[in-house]
Design a protein around this ligand. Structure first.
Ligand code: BV8
Length: 271
């Protein structure tokens, strides 16, 4: 019996179904994770310490391999070692600045444009902190987990301009307060920005199509969004080379890379 789960024709058929669902949707909510940026050579969140070569030819994994991102992305890690945590985030920030949006980011911006042009609603909720959706032309991007491009005083919360290249010291200090700067991301154990959560809640409650792209669906509250969408009666699509804990609740599974699948999806939308 031929395994047709991931054969090209079943993917082709699933993409055609997904194209129909997008064309007919009144209100679309898309949730993205770091898999969308994998084809921009930004390591996914759980591979962030995978072998990476920096410009001096050192494999960055030598610096970070012993650290699990989940232990670094916490207030406790910052309090314990602000130098190491801010060095990691600044290294990631520069990687994000060097990266370019990929075909998946660009396709998502196009789907948003087409949806808006026909009078539909479209909201992009991202767990990513790399700013690539905005650089690809996505109009309304809700950064659930903040942005690695904005930094603030860890004591007063006051923001400040940051350099386009690497900080000179680690931790970098706020020019007025003199206290260590922290990245404007949401760490584990920290609340998501209230306005981001509010937007997510009300768009999920009224959507008729939910599309989860490039996320392992293990980080909450974002991992629970699919259930809110289904309670609203929405159909659901997942784009991921692998199955995830929400795959069982998905109507249309597109088992592939977002940079490859999403451009084909745009073609299915017709002119
Ligand atoms: C909070 C920013 C409460 C920092 C990140 C239940 C309810 C509420 C909270 C919890 C709960 N249970 C547990 C919690 C606590 C915790 C949590 O969820 N823990 C998990 C581990 C169980 N949640 C929190 O702490 C959240 N806060 O709930 O606060 C509160 C309320 C009031 C007052 C105080 C507190 C905060 C969570 C945010 C943490 N910050 N990032 C940084 O970036 O450094 S999370 C981090 O993980 C990233 O944002 C990332 O986006 C996110 C999820 O990872 P993914 O994006 O999915 O990436 P991953 O590598 O895992 O997967 C990549 C996927 O892509 C894979 O599936 C792969 O197959 C796929 N892929 C690969 N290549 C491609 C591809 N897909 C498509 N195309 C490709 N080419």
């Amino acid at each position: 019996m031929k395994d047709t789960r991931n054969s090209d024709d079943s993917l082709e058929k699933a993409i055609a179904l997904a194209g129909e669902a997008i064309r007919g949707a009144r209100s679309i909510v898309v949730l993205t994770g770091s898999g969308v940026s994998a084809e921009s050579a930004i390591p996914t969140f759980r591979e962030a310490h995978e072998a990476l070569v920096d410009d001096e030819g050192n494999t960055m994994s030598a610096l970070w391999a012993e650290f699990d991102p989940q232990t670094l992305a916490t207030p406790e890690a910052f309090d314990r070692d602000p130098e190491m945590v801010t060095r990691w985030y600044d290294w990631r920030r520069l990687k994000c600045l060097e990266a370019e949006p990929n075909q998946g980011h660009l396709a998502l911006a196009e789907i948003e444009r087409r949806t808006r042009d026909r009078g539909g609603a479209f909201t992009l909720l991202t767990q990513n902190v790399d700013g690539l959706h905005q650089r690809a032309g996505s109009g309304r991007v809700i950064e659930l987990h903040g942005s690695i491009m904005s930094w603030r005083c860890s004591r007063t919360g006051r923001r400040t301009e940051i350099p386009g290249d690497a900080f000179e010291t680690y931790p970098p200090l706020h020019p007025e307060t003199g206290d260590p700067l922290r990245p404007g991301v949401v760490w584990f154990g920290e609340a998501l920005p209230p306005d981001a959560i509010d937007t997510a809640m009300h768009t999920l409650a009224s959507c008729d199509l939910f599309v989860s792209i490039g996320t392992s669906s293990v980080v909450y509250p974002a991992a629970g969004f699919i259930h809110l969408a289904r309670e609203a009666g929405a159909r659901t699509i997942e784009v991921n080379p692998d199955a995830t804990p929400i795959s069982g609740a998905i109507d249309i599974a597109l088992r592939g890379k977002s940079g490859e699948v999403l451009p084909v999806l745009v073609e299915k939308l017709g002119s």
